[in-house]
Design a protein around this ligand. Structure first.
Ligand code: PLP
Length: 360
């Protein structure tokens, strides 16, 4: 089995478009014909300046980001923002609302607790997070509402934004579904995402934030944890993750070439539907998430028992299907089928699951 034939269902770091891998391989030796590789160029030189400008312009084009929003490339994963956001925007006697819809959502809420009053606006913890709650109860005055648009571990996804009054600042951890469908940036105060699911490599995150919201941050933050410093200094207060920014530029370029978010959104839905339709018709396999809350990025499912699941996983791996084991906290199986995951890979998984079922 060659690497090329493998299907990577990993939840993140995750599969990248082939053209992006190839562009990266070429740029490591020679960035844009400069004779020097991307890993070796000064971040203050014109070659990298062009990469950064490309990355920002592509992000703005992909999501129609309005001019009053900052686009920031921050070193560190989504988890960094779990702390930075409350430290910036939540004072000791203020409230922030959090939607508790899974592992990452809960971690975000826990990270905020030392800074102020964290109010859980909704939770599906008592239902093992198999669905997105129907109703939200917000604090009377709130600094922001934080939600996790796609719950990577449980395989649930908000089917629409939480409905709140327009004046509520909505902050979204979109790490595992950013740029997978059209988005109206205007409705958010801040959107952030670790890059390793839909945007590039790990260790870098993208932040899209309304400047008016950023301006409400407390004073005296450490510069590397101050979003306004990133905005003022174009993400270059210190040496940024130049390779990560290059990768985001390439991935967003690929997104534009695919026809943008409308095209990707319908493609992603079609991919996920193939798998969910199979699970709904199977006597052996069943989807974990409530049908009304299903994610089209991470499909969680189970067999009749752990031994059957293990047997399938071993066989799948031998056939080149990698990364299908569910998160350690929930078990079962999970197929992560982000933007770059090919439709034929989903069809292959369905045929393996069906063949396995028939044999048993
Ligand atoms: C993967 C993930 C994270 C964690 O990202 P890091 O880059 O490891 O910090 C946070 N939130 C969500 C929704 C994720 O899927």
């Amino acid at each position: 089995m060659t690497t090329a034939a493998k299907l990577n269902f990993s939840s993140g770091p995750a599969t990248l478009p082939k053209q992006v891998r190839q562009a990266a391989a070429a740029a490591i030796s020679d960035l844009d014909g400069s004779g020097i590789g991307i890993l070796e160029h000064s971040h203050r030189g014109p070659e990298f300046a062009a990469v950064l400008a490309r990355a920002e312009a592509n992000v703005r084009a992909v999501a129609s980001v309005p001019d009053n929003y900052a686009v920031l490339f921050v070193t560190g994963g989504a988890t960094s923002h779990f702390t930075w956001i409350p430290r910036s925007f939540l004072g000791a006697d203020q409230n922030a609302d959090y939607c508790d819809t899974g592992v990452w959502a809960k971690k975000a809420a826990q990270a905020a607790a030392p800074f102020g009053n964290v109010h859980i606006a909704c939770s599906s913890a008592s239902e093992h997070y198999v669905r997105i709650p129907d109703t939200l109860v917000l604090s009377t005055t709130t600094q922001y509402l934080h939600f996790t648009s796609n719950n990577t571990v449980y395989g649930t996804q908000w089917q629409r934004m939480p409905s709140v009054a327009r004046e509520v600042a909505v902050v979204c951890d979109a790490s595992s579904d950013i740029f997978s469908q059209p988005i109206d940036v205007n409705r958010y105060a801040m959107i952030y995402a670790g890059a390793q699911k839909n945007l590039g490599p790990s260790g870098i995150s993208l932040v899209i934030a309304r400047r008016e919201f950023l301006a409400t941050a407390r004073a005296g933050l450490p510069p590397l944890e101050d979003y306004q410093v990133y905005d003022r200094e174009r993400s270059m207060h210190n040496t940024p993750n130049t390779f990560g920014i290059f990768m985001i530029a390439e991935v967003t370029n690929w997104i534009l070439q695919q026809g943008g978010l409308e095209a990707l959104g319908s493609r992603n839905r079609a991919k996920a539907t193939v798998l969910y339709d199979f699970l709904d018709s199977s006597q052996m396999w069943r989807g974990v998430a409530d049908p009304g809350s299903r994610s089209f990025m991470n499909v969680t499912f189970r067999g009749p028992d752990a031994a059957t699941e293990d047997a399938f996983l071993a066989q799948a791996q031998a056939g080149g299907l990698e990364g299908l084991r569910g998160h350690r906290s929930v078990g079962g199986l999970r197929a992560s089928i982000y933007n770059a995951f090919p439709a034929h890979g989903v069809e292959r998984l369905v045929s393996e699951l069906a063949a396995f079922e028939k044999r048993r």
